[in-house]
Ligand binder design. Structure first.
Ligand SMILES: NC(=O)c1ccc[n+]([C@@H]2O[C@H](COP(=O)([O-])OP(=O)(O)OC[C@H]3O[C@@H](n4cnc5c(N)ncnc54)[C@H](O)[C@@H]3O)[C@@H](O)[C@H]2O)c1
Ligand SMILES: OCCc1c[nH]c2ccccc12
Length: 283
C-alpha cells in the first residue's frame, strides 16, 4: 500500500493527511483494539484523541501494546477544561507518553473564564516546555482567532472544525481567514452528508463524481474536505478494517477532484444547512 502523504504545518511539523478519530463512534468506548487495528492493518498512524472522549488510557494501552517507536505515531489530544496545563498533564499520564505531537483547545467555550488570550499563552508555555510539539485550536470562529492572535507569539498551527458540504456556506469565511493566516484546517465529520443527513441535494452530485472517478461516495467526500480546505488534514473513523482501507485509498489511489467537481459539491451543499457538532459555530 502506498504511503499517506503529510501536510506541513506553519511550524514545520509534518502531519499525515488522514487521521483516525477516537471521538464520535468510539466516544467513551474502549479504543484499544480499534486503534491497534487501525495502526497495524490500515496504516492509520495519526490518531486524534481528546480528554473529553474519555478513552485516552485505552489509546495509550494500544500504543504500548503495538510496541511502536514514539516517532512512528502522530498523536493529537485536546484540552477539555478551562486549564490547558492541568488537562495536558493528565492526558500525558493517561496516554503514557512524555509529549504529544499536537495539542488543541477543544472549544473556545471551555476557556471563556480563563480568557482566550490567557489560555493561548499557557499553550505557548506548554509547547516551550516540550510537552507538545505543536499547538492549535478547535471549533474557533474568526472572532475567537482574532482574540488569540492579538496576544499570540505562536500562530495556532491548526483549527480543527466540522467540514462537509452542509456547513460549507457557514464555514467559507473561516476557511478563508485561516488560509490567510497560515492556520491549517483539520476537517472532522467529513462523511456527514452521506451518513448523518442522507437524501439531500449533495447526494446525487457526489454519486455522479464517484462514478466519474471510479471512487466510492465516501472517498469523494474525504477528498472534497481535503481540497476545499486548501490541502487540509481530514479526520474520519471506523472500527471496520475494510472501511479504513477505503478511506486511506482516497489519498493514495484516487485522483484529485477537478476544480469544477469541488465547486459542484460546494454549490449543492449551500442548499442545505446541517451542523452536527458545536452549535456555537453558527453564533
Ligand atoms: N474537535 C471536535 O469538536 C470534533 C468533533 C467531532 C469529531 N472530531 C474528531 O474527528 C473524528 C472523525 O469525526 P467523525 O466521526 O464525525 O467523521 P466522519 O464524518 O468521517 O464519520 C465517521 C463515521 O462514519 C462511519 N463510516 C465510515 N465510513 C463509512 C462508509 N463508507 N459508509 C457509512 N458509514 C461510514 C464510521 O463508522 C464512523 O462512525 C472523530 O472521531 C474525532 O476524533 C472532533
Ligand atoms: O469532539 C467533539 C465531539 C465529541 C465527540 N465525542 C465527544 C464527547 C464529549 C464531548 C464532545 C464530543
Amino acid at each position: 500500500m502506498a504511503n499517506l502523504s503529510n501536510v506541513k504545518l506553519n511550524d514545520g511539523l509534518q502531519v499525515p493527511v488522514l487521521g483516525y478519530g477516537t471521538g464520535t463512534a468510539l466516544y467513551q468506548k474502549e479504543a484499544k483494539d480499534s486503534v491497534k487495528m487501525a495502526y497495524s492493518e490500515a496504516h492509520m498512524h495519526h490518531i486524534d484523541c481528546a480528554e473529553m472522549y474519555a478513552n485516552e488510557e485505552s489509546v495509550g494501552q494500544a500504543i504500548k501494546e503495538l510496541g511502536v517507536k514514539r516517532d512512528d505515531v502522530f498523536l493529537t489530544t485536546k484540552c477539555g477544561s478551562a486549564d490547558p496545563r492541568k488537562s495536558l498533564e493528565k492526558s500525558l499520564k493517561l496516554l503514557g507518553v512524555d509529549q504529544v505531537d499536537l495539542y488543541l483547545i477543544h472549544s473556545p467555550e471551555l476557556v471563556k473564564e480563563t480568557g482566550l488570550g490567557k489560555s493561548w499563552q499557557i499553550m505557548e508555555e506548554l509547547q516551550k516546555e516540550g510537552k507538545t510539539k505543536s499547538i492549535g485550536v478547535s471549533n474557533y470562529r474568526v472572532s475567537d482567532l482574532e482574540e488569540v492572535l492579538k496576544v499570540a507569539k505562536v500562530v495556532p498551527s491548526v483549527n480543527q472544525i466540522e467540514v462537509h458540504p452542509y456547513v460549507y456556506s457557514k464555514a467559507q469565511s473561516l476557511l478563508d481567514f485561516c488560509h490567510s493566516k497560515g492556520i491549517h484546517i483539520e476537517s472532522y465529520g467529513p462523511l456527514s452528508t452521506l451518513i448523518r443527513a442522507p437524501g439531500g441535494p449533495v447526494d446525487p452530485v457526489v454519486k455522479n463524481i464517484a462514478q466519474e472517478l471510479g471512487a466510492t461516495e465516501g472517498q469523494v467526500l474525504l477528498k472534497w474536505a481535503h481540497q476545499i480546505t486548501h490541502g487540509g488534514i481530514v479526520l474520519t473513523t471506523s472500527s471496520k478494517k475494510e472501511r479504513l482501507e477505503e478511506q486511506i485509498k482516497a489519498f493514495t489511489e484516487i485522483k484529485d477532484l477537478s476544480d469544477e467537481q469541488v465547486q459542484a459539491i460546494a454549490e449543492a451543499g449551500k442548499q442545505k444547512l446541517h451542523r452536527v457538532f458545536m452549535q456555537h459555530m453558527d453564533s
